[in-house]
Design a binder for this molecule. Structure first.
Ligand code: FES
Length: 264
């Protein structure tokens, strides 16, 4: 069989034989993540309007310092006007998202074109990879995963609290269900689907084993995580925008711009 030499030439940046609209996906990813980044920095810097009735914005949960918080008043040494309560907690879910395997692939393409898309020329000739600094730090994802599960438990408590309303006239607490309760509930469900579809969690519950047979509990857990993992991209985006909307909802209710509609 005759041998054929095929010269391996690096394509120029953006050069491709693709005829489809390959640039749409990285562009939408870029815009979606940029909107979320700008909004979350702005919301975290506000330091107010994060609580409305029984609703607490997920951007400020767990509320460590301040009124109705876990540890009470701000310590005198904390620069509260500069660093709001959000900065104390937001780094954990943010670190979980930034190091997520799905998001890495998405923002490597969308933000620094590495590559812009499959079979499209990159702006650089060398392969950077994740085996050296700084991208090797992405390996901390598995540890952020533990923190993300803890944050979920706290958000579950916040959602439970969203079912309990205080009567402003009598001060009596009674069960109820408002649109805000629904918003926080949907947010919790989507964040749970995203977190429990994590690749690191999938490895932890059984992915590292050669055989899952005769381990029914692990097998069940592995199947559940795998099922969510197949839709990881979908839950990543839905939960991203839902958590942003939950903050917007609580913020606008707290500012008196929106009125929370009570279902019962
Ligand atoms: Fe996406 Fe872990 S891989 S959250």
């Amino acid at each position: 069989m005759p041998a054929v030499d095929v010269p391996l030439q690096g394509a120029r940046f953006g050069q491709t034989a693709r005829r489809d609209w390959w640039w749409v996906q990285p562009l939408l990813t870029f815009l979606g993540l940029l909107i979320f980044l700008v909004y979350s920095f702005w919301a975290a810097a506000q330091g107010d309007n994060y609580r409305s009735g029984p609703y607490l914005s997920p951007f400020y949960s767990p509320l460590v310092f301040g009124p109705h918080s876990w540890l009470g008043a701000w310590p005198t040494w904390w620069p509260a006007p500069i660093l709001s309560a959000s900065w104390i907690v937001l780094w954990a879910p943010a670190g979980f998202r930034v190091t997520c395997y799905y998001y890495r692939g998405a923002y490597y393409k969308a933000f620094w074109a590495d590559p812009p898309s499959c079979a499209v020329g990159e702006p650089r000739k060398s392969y950077w990879g994740e085996r050296s600094f700084p991208l090797i730090l992405q390996n901390v994802h598995r540890y952020f995963m533990y923190l993300a599960v803890l944050v979920l438990i706290v958000l579950g408590y916040d959602t439970y609290q969203a079912f309990w309303f205080t009567d402003p006239a009598t001060g009596a607490v009674h069960a109820g269900f408002g649109v805000g309760t629904l918003v926080l509930l949907v947010n919790l469900v989507l964040l749970t689907c995203y977190t429990f579809g994590c690749h690191s969690l999938r490895h932890l519950v059984g992915g590292y084993l050669d055989r899952l047979a005769r381990r029914p509990v692990r097998q069940g857990a592995y199947k559940c995580v795998s099922c969510l993992n197949r839709r990881h991209m979908l839950f990543a985006w839905m939960s991203l925008f839902m958590v942003m909307f939950a903050d917007i909802y609580v913020r606008l209710c707290a500012a008196g711009i929106w009125t929370d509609w009570r279902i019962f």
